[in-house]
Design a protein around this ligand. Structure first.
Ligand code: BEZ
Length: 201
Protein backbone atom coordinates (compact mmCIF):
# COMPACT_ATOMS: atom_id res chain seq x y z
CA UNK A 1 0.00 0.00 0.00
CA UNK A 2 1.05 3.59 -0.58
CA UNK A 3 0.09 6.66 1.43
CA UNK A 4 0.34 10.14 -0.08
CA UNK A 5 1.11 12.29 2.89
CA UNK A 6 2.70 15.40 4.30
CA UNK A 7 4.09 15.53 7.84
CA UNK A 8 2.38 18.88 8.52
CA UNK A 9 -1.16 17.65 7.82
CA UNK A 10 -3.26 16.78 10.87
CA UNK A 11 -5.51 14.54 8.75
CA UNK A 12 -2.48 12.58 7.57
CA UNK A 13 -1.36 12.35 11.19
CA UNK A 14 -4.66 10.68 12.09
CA UNK A 15 -3.94 7.97 9.51
CA UNK A 16 -0.31 7.59 10.59
CA UNK A 17 -1.34 7.16 14.24
CA UNK A 18 -3.91 4.53 13.20
CA UNK A 19 -1.20 2.67 11.25
CA UNK A 20 1.05 2.63 14.31
CA UNK A 21 -1.68 1.77 16.83
CA UNK A 22 -2.71 -1.13 14.53
CA UNK A 23 0.89 -2.33 14.09
CA UNK A 24 0.41 -2.37 10.31
CA UNK A 25 3.66 -2.73 8.38
CA UNK A 26 4.84 -2.11 4.85
CA UNK A 27 2.88 1.03 3.93
CA UNK A 28 5.06 3.20 1.70
CA UNK A 29 4.78 6.89 2.55
CA UNK A 30 5.07 9.35 -0.35
CA UNK A 31 5.85 12.85 0.88
CA UNK A 32 3.63 15.20 -1.12
CA UNK A 33 3.81 18.99 -1.01
CA UNK A 34 0.27 20.43 -1.08
CA UNK A 35 -1.04 23.92 -1.69
CA UNK A 36 -4.59 25.12 -2.38
CA UNK A 37 -3.27 27.30 -5.22
CA UNK A 38 -0.76 24.89 -6.76
CA UNK A 39 -2.37 21.45 -7.12
CA UNK A 40 0.07 18.51 -7.08
CA UNK A 41 -0.10 16.88 -10.54
CA UNK A 42 0.59 13.27 -9.49
CA UNK A 43 -1.78 13.47 -6.50
CA UNK A 44 -4.51 14.75 -8.85
CA UNK A 45 -4.31 11.45 -10.75
CA UNK A 46 -4.97 9.57 -7.48
CA UNK A 47 -7.52 11.84 -5.78
CA UNK A 48 -9.56 14.26 -7.94
CA UNK A 49 -9.89 16.52 -4.89
CA UNK A 50 -6.05 16.76 -4.88
CA UNK A 51 -6.04 16.26 -1.13
CA UNK A 52 -3.98 14.25 1.30
CA UNK A 53 -4.16 11.70 2.77
CA UNK A 54 -4.83 9.31 -0.11
CA UNK A 55 -4.17 5.58 0.26
CA UNK A 56 -3.55 3.23 -2.65
CA UNK A 57 -4.64 -0.26 -1.69
CA UNK A 58 -2.87 -3.39 -2.94
CA UNK A 59 -5.48 -3.80 -5.72
CA UNK A 60 -4.53 -0.33 -7.04
CA UNK A 61 -7.72 1.49 -5.98
CA UNK A 62 -7.24 4.72 -4.05
CA UNK A 63 -9.13 5.66 -0.89
CA UNK A 64 -9.74 9.14 0.55
CA UNK A 65 -10.49 10.96 2.91
CA UNK A 66 -8.84 10.29 6.27
CA UNK A 67 -12.03 8.86 7.84
CA UNK A 68 -12.51 6.33 5.03
CA UNK A 69 -8.82 5.41 5.10
CA UNK A 70 -8.89 4.89 8.88
CA UNK A 71 -12.02 2.75 8.59
CA UNK A 72 -10.33 0.61 5.93
CA UNK A 73 -7.09 0.26 7.91
CA UNK A 74 -9.10 -0.79 10.95
CA UNK A 75 -10.45 -3.76 8.97
CA UNK A 76 -6.80 -4.90 8.62
CA UNK A 77 -6.07 -4.28 12.29
CA UNK A 78 -5.45 -7.64 14.00
CA UNK A 79 -5.72 -6.12 17.48
CA UNK A 80 -8.53 -4.35 19.35
CA UNK A 81 -10.49 -2.19 16.90
CA UNK A 82 -9.96 1.58 16.89
CA UNK A 83 -13.48 2.07 15.50
CA UNK A 84 -15.72 -0.01 17.74
CA UNK A 85 -18.49 -2.06 16.16
CA UNK A 86 -20.96 -2.02 19.04
CA UNK A 87 -22.97 0.87 20.47
CA UNK A 88 -19.74 2.75 21.19
CA UNK A 89 -19.28 3.15 17.41
CA UNK A 90 -21.52 6.20 17.08
CA UNK A 91 -19.89 7.95 20.02
CA UNK A 92 -16.45 7.28 18.52
CA UNK A 93 -17.51 8.51 15.05
CA UNK A 94 -19.20 11.60 16.50
CA UNK A 95 -16.00 12.48 18.37
CA UNK A 96 -13.99 11.93 15.19
CA UNK A 97 -16.35 14.30 13.33
CA UNK A 98 -16.01 16.95 16.02
CA UNK A 99 -12.22 16.77 15.76
CA UNK A 100 -12.29 16.77 11.94
CA UNK A 101 -14.47 19.90 12.05
CA UNK A 102 -12.05 21.68 14.38
CA UNK A 103 -9.20 20.69 12.07
CA UNK A 104 -11.09 21.87 8.96
CA UNK A 105 -11.44 25.30 10.55
CA UNK A 106 -7.82 25.35 11.75
CA UNK A 107 -6.42 24.36 8.34
CA UNK A 108 -8.55 27.05 6.64
CA UNK A 109 -7.12 29.61 9.07
CA UNK A 110 -3.62 28.33 8.40
CA UNK A 111 -4.09 28.77 4.65
CA UNK A 112 -5.65 32.20 5.21
CA UNK A 113 -2.58 33.33 7.13
CA UNK A 114 0.11 31.53 5.13
CA UNK A 115 -1.19 31.50 1.55
CA UNK A 116 -3.78 34.25 0.97
CA UNK A 117 -2.22 37.63 0.11
CA UNK A 118 -2.50 39.96 3.10
CA UNK A 119 -4.59 42.54 1.23
CA UNK A 120 -7.25 39.90 0.52
CA UNK A 121 -7.62 38.58 4.07
CA UNK A 122 -10.99 38.90 5.80
CA UNK A 123 -10.70 39.12 9.58
CA UNK A 124 -14.42 38.44 10.28
CA UNK A 125 -14.14 35.19 8.36
CA UNK A 126 -11.05 34.16 10.35
CA UNK A 127 -12.85 35.09 13.59
CA UNK A 128 -15.76 32.87 12.53
CA UNK A 129 -13.43 29.90 12.03
CA UNK A 130 -11.87 30.52 15.44
CA UNK A 131 -15.33 30.40 17.04
CA UNK A 132 -15.63 26.84 15.69
CA UNK A 133 -12.15 25.94 16.93
CA UNK A 134 -12.71 27.33 20.44
CA UNK A 135 -16.23 25.93 20.77
CA UNK A 136 -14.92 22.55 19.65
CA UNK A 137 -12.10 22.65 22.20
CA UNK A 138 -14.61 23.56 24.92
CA UNK A 139 -16.65 20.50 23.95
CA UNK A 140 -13.51 18.33 24.20
CA UNK A 141 -12.76 19.79 27.64
CA UNK A 142 -16.27 18.87 28.81
CA UNK A 143 -15.92 15.24 27.80
CA UNK A 144 -12.22 14.40 28.14
CA UNK A 145 -12.61 13.10 31.72
CA UNK A 146 -15.03 10.43 30.47
CA UNK A 147 -12.44 8.95 28.06
CA UNK A 148 -10.34 7.22 30.71
CA UNK A 149 -7.56 5.29 28.97
CA UNK A 150 -9.55 4.79 25.76
CA UNK A 151 -7.52 5.66 22.66
CA UNK A 152 -9.73 4.97 19.67
CA UNK A 153 -10.47 6.96 16.52
CA UNK A 154 -12.08 9.88 18.40
CA UNK A 155 -9.18 10.30 20.82
CA UNK A 156 -6.73 9.94 17.92
CA UNK A 157 -8.54 12.86 16.28
CA UNK A 158 -8.30 14.87 19.50
CA UNK A 159 -4.54 14.25 19.70
CA UNK A 160 -4.28 15.59 16.14
CA UNK A 161 -6.30 18.69 17.10
CA UNK A 162 -4.18 19.69 20.10
CA UNK A 163 -0.96 18.79 18.28
CA UNK A 164 -1.91 20.89 15.24
CA UNK A 165 -2.79 23.91 17.39
CA UNK A 166 0.61 23.72 19.08
CA UNK A 167 2.27 23.33 15.67
CA UNK A 168 0.53 26.09 13.67
CA UNK A 169 -1.12 28.30 16.31
CA UNK A 170 1.41 28.34 19.14
CA UNK A 171 0.15 31.75 20.30
CA UNK A 172 -3.40 30.43 20.83
CA UNK A 173 -3.63 29.85 24.64
CA UNK A 174 -5.95 26.86 24.29
CA UNK A 175 -4.74 25.27 27.54
CA UNK A 176 -5.69 28.24 29.75
CA UNK A 177 -9.37 27.45 30.18
CA UNK A 178 -9.07 23.73 29.37
CA UNK A 179 -6.85 22.15 32.04
CA UNK A 180 -8.21 18.62 31.64
CA UNK A 181 -7.64 18.60 27.90
CA UNK A 182 -4.15 20.02 28.44
CA UNK A 183 -3.29 17.24 30.92
CA UNK A 184 -4.71 14.60 28.56
CA UNK A 185 -2.68 16.03 25.65
CA UNK A 186 0.47 15.77 27.78
CA UNK A 187 -0.30 12.14 28.65
CA UNK A 188 -0.82 11.19 24.99
CA UNK A 189 2.76 12.24 24.20
CA UNK A 190 3.98 9.12 26.00
CA UNK A 191 2.33 6.95 23.33
CA UNK A 192 4.83 5.89 20.65
CA UNK A 193 2.26 6.47 17.87
CA UNK A 194 1.75 10.08 18.97
CA UNK A 195 5.37 11.01 19.67
CA UNK A 196 6.50 9.45 16.35
CA UNK A 197 4.07 11.61 14.35
CA UNK A 198 4.51 15.07 15.84
CA UNK A 199 3.87 17.43 12.92
CA UNK A 200 6.76 19.07 11.11
CA UNK A 201 7.07 21.43 8.16
C1 BEZ B 1 -0.02 22.67 7.05
O1 BEZ B 1 1.09 22.95 6.58
O2 BEZ B 1 -0.43 23.20 8.11
C2 BEZ B 1 -0.88 21.69 6.32
C3 BEZ B 1 -0.31 20.92 5.31
C4 BEZ B 1 -1.10 20.01 4.64
C5 BEZ B 1 -2.43 19.87 4.95
C6 BEZ B 1 -2.98 20.63 5.97
C7 BEZ B 1 -2.20 21.55 6.63
Amino acid sequence: MRLWHNPASPFVRKVRIVIRESHLQGIEEINTPVSPVNPHAELATKNPLVKIPALQMDDGAVLYDSSVICEYLDTLNPGPKLIPADGARWHALRLQSLCDGILDAAVLCRYEGAVRPEALRWQSWIDGQFVKIRNGLDALEREVASWGDTFQIGQIGAACVTGYLDFRFASEPWRESRPQLAAWHQRTLSRASVSATIPSA
